[in-house]
Design a protein around this ligand. Sequence first.
Ligand SMILES: [Fe+2]
Length: 511
Amino acid sequence: MPAYSPGFRSLDAEHEDLSLAVEGEIPSWLSGSLVRNGPGKFEVGGERVEHWFDGLAMLHKFRFVDGEVRYSNRFLRTDTYRRAVEDGTVSSQFATSGSYLDQLKSFLRDPTDNANVGVATVGGEYVALTETPRRVRFDPETLSSRGDLEYDDDLTGHHVTAHLRHDDRRGETVGYMTEFGRRNRYHVYRVPDERPERESDSGRVSDSESDLDPRRIPVASVEVDRPAYIHSFALTPRFAIIVEPPYVVNPLRFLLPGGGGFIDNYEWRPERGTRFLVFDRSSGELVVEPTTAPFFFFHTVNAFEEGESEASDESVVVDLVAYDDATIVDDLFMSAVEGEEGAEPSLDAAEGVLTRFRVPLGGRREGDERGESSEVTRESLYRGIELPRVAPAAHMRPYRYAFGQATGRDGQNGLAKVDVETGDSWEWWAEGHFAGEPIFVPEPAFSEDESEKGEAKEDRGVVLAPALNVEAERTVLVVLDGETFSEVARVRVPHHIPFGFHGEFFPEVTS
Ligand SMILES: [Fe+2]
């Protein structure tokens, strides 16, 4: 068995508000909860799921209060979970196929609710997310599941992003989804933070339970012949950018018997190149859509606008973790990571490169064909990174620092901080440890004066990341100083946590 196999081993224990041992010192200002999502169980009816992305969703919560840390974890009690645990039935998912009937149903009316990818707040609700339209609500205090989030609209999407982007200034969450059908379309939509209000005879009803369900408001739509597998997108104050790698599907394949799981239907078609679709968030106009040399990616890092609005040198900068092609998807099948069927087990997946793309918007008012007058430039910033994050205040602005999991060195994972302006980097490694997604939590501004002047340093705060000690088969949560990237504390979990995906820090969740 490979050294990291505890990362792909199921965790059955659930805890409630367990006090964790802390080595070092947690900053006293750190208050709130880190909620992380990921697969907790990899076997269904005695069979392993086929892909890391298909394990049953489990939430993990680290609550920080007065320098102490409390831990809770719970499986999401979803339909997929119930079918798996009670009936031993496999549901169709990312790469794991159920029966043919199940496969058909999963795309038409019964997509999986195994929301194991990330967490977010949408229209005031805490939800667990995956790439189907089903968002599973949970109670941030107890982590108990509260059923699907319903929307008060009739938008249709079959493949959706688990990476919603929140715009603090406009007070809305933005997302996109792909609709398969006779016409295939990408839709960009927004959900205002404020829930629509239900009027009663006596006027406004203040009880939030009486508010209407959140509403997705269409922002832009575009028709495509072959929809791509797109995992995340980018947002700037004025634009929403869908980056479309040439990893595409003919949706009719979903309906053929033997099509396997969702992702098995996609093909790498490098001759198509990778396209940047830049939408105006206010008008919905597709502003430019230049195509570059082909690359694949899962995660955008950040994006912002450059140059004067409407000027000829205006551009959007999109930072993302690029791969030469889509082999990374195959690299993460269980058979690859565990070395089944005689193959060498390997976590030596393709290496992601933090890459900056500059997409010119100028010339679009000169009657040129869209995209043809502009050349997208590309610059590599750091090699061997995944699960990238930035400080919340840096989102959609010119920024300095990206944080991520450092990958692919000596068969383990560390953490990295990259100065995207200078290319300088800082790294954290610990012998035998595999680190996950680092989340930056800003220290509240020292003084009002300082925050008013915008002088608060972007990296003043802490970075929180899980790290699995594969020999001890225990996970620790590491706390790094955001500026120096040195370890200030290590929080001990009494068991292993399987490798997970994404989390969020919710300062308001204090109980
Ligand atoms: Fe992701």
